[in-house]
Design a protein. Structure first.
Length: 76
């Protein structure tokens, strides 16, 4: 198991044991929003929810040429 995954699982388990988010955040050196994010993902998907997700954007709003135009052949 990866080190980051182990750490996130430790945060979740410690919160479940104590029920005190402030204590977990102080002890582990994380912020409350970070703890809430990982708790929510763990509740939704279990241990698999603690795995990193891709940060690649789904949409590119500044993209000037759409894919359909890009595929067109403009030769005369």
């Amino acid at each position: 198991m990866e080190a980051t995954l182990k750490a996130r699982l430790k945060w979740v388990d410690l919160y479940k044991e104590t029920g005190d988010a402030g204590y977990v955040c102080r002890r582990c050196g994380i912020s409350r929003p970070t703890l809430r994010k990982w708790l929510k993902r763990h509740q939704e998907n279990g241990v698999n929810g603690l795995v990193d997700r891709s940060r690649k954007p789904r949409f590119f709003p500044t993209q000037k040429v759409n894919q359909q135009i890009n595929r067109m052949d403009f030769r005369a």
